[in-house]
Write a protein that binds this ligand. Structure first.
Ligand SMILES: Nc1nc2c(ncn2[C@@H]2O[C@H](COP(=O)(O)OP(=O)(O)O)[C@@H](O)[C@H]2O)c(=O)[nH]1
Ligand SMILES: [Mg+2]
Length: 276
């Protein structure tokens, strides 16, 4: 391969258009994550939000500017943002053409899918109906997209004043992560295109679930050991992150929330899918 071919190949690969949907049950923190990502990439010269998302970002940012938490809402909030580059430690940057989107499967529908996967993990037994349709949508996304962010709300089952930090974590694993992994695994058995696609689990609301990143990592490693090994056996790139997406203000550079590591890893992982 000539130098020109190599250079051209590099440019072509790094500009390959990639799409990564952000999925999770309602209230897990999708809007908060995408708002924080949108602010972060805009502020740090890494990309921009789509024109169609401008009004929604404006509305959500007005809550941030007023120091209010985002109102919990279950209405459709379709966001899109484009990441064009991530900085590297040597002062350079890695180019990418990555679209992050929300609402490819709305939160309430995603919850129905996850619940059904939990009680009925044998996909071949699923009868025609609305949940089967969501499963088909999910399978299509797994095929057509280049990576996935699943947001897991570890605080979802936590009760106020709950001192036991473990039960709500196991509940979240059983309710949210395990069924998602089952769905991915079964879908990946049906087609081979999942190989090397990054599956990023983002644990949201670290300030509410009360665990350190190390504790989350250990729980995840042990609690999910079996499906993790199965997914990795299918060459699926599974990783997990702790990201806080609330409580920052307009005066913040958004450092220390975990956004930088998530974005950098995601960009390198989706770019690597096209490499061989
Ligand atoms: N304390 C805290 N609250 C959060 C965090 N992320 C999201 N939330 C809150 O959780 C609620 C639901 O979040 P939202 O982004 O609307 O979830 P969505 O339904 O998945 O889009 C909102 O009230 C957010 O302010 C976080 O990191 N920490
Ligand atoms: Mg939302």
């Amino acid at each position: 391969m000539s130098l020109w071919e190599r250079l051209f190949g590099f440019v072509k690969k790094s500009r390959r258009r990639c799409k990564v949907p952000i999925l999770g049950v309602e209230g897990c923190g999708k809007s908060s994550l995408i708002l924080t990502l949108g602010q972060y990439i805009s502020l740090h010269g890494m990309g921009r939000i789509s024109m169609s998302s401008s009004n929604l970002f404006g509305e959500l940012l007005s809550h941030v500017a007023a120091g209010r938490p985002l109102p919990a809402t279950t209405r459709m909030e379709k966001f899109e943002l484009h990441v064009q580059r991530v900085p590297e430690s040597d002062g350079g940057h890695t180019p990418v053409d990555l679209t992050l989107s929300s609402e490819d499967i709305p939160g309430l529908q995603f919850r129905d899918l996850v619940n059904e996967l939990r009680v009925n993990p044998d996909l071949s037994k699923w009868k025609a109906g609305p949940t089967k349709k969501i499963l088909e949508q999910f399978t299509e996304l797994l095929t057509s997209c280049d990576g996935f962010i699943f947001i897991i709300d570890l605080a979802r089952n936590r009760k106020v004043g709950d001192e036991d930090s473990n039960e709500h974590v196991w509940a979240a694993f059983g309710d949210q992560i395990k069924p998602i992994m089952t769905g991915i695994l079964l879908a990946s058995k049906m087609n081979q295109v999942m190989a090397r696609k990054p599956i990023f689990f983002v644990f949201s609301k670290p300030d509410l679930h009360g665990l350190t990143p190390e504790e989350v990592r250990e729980h995840f490693r042990r609690g999910m050991a079996i499906p993790l090994a199965q997914l990795r056996g299918e060459l699926i790139n599974v990783r997990h992150y702790n990201v806080r997406c609330a409580g920052w203000g307009m005066d913040s550079a958004l450092d220390g929330l975990g956004i930088d590591v998530l974005l950098s890893d995601l960009v390198h992982a989706v770019n690597a899918v096209g490499d061989d």
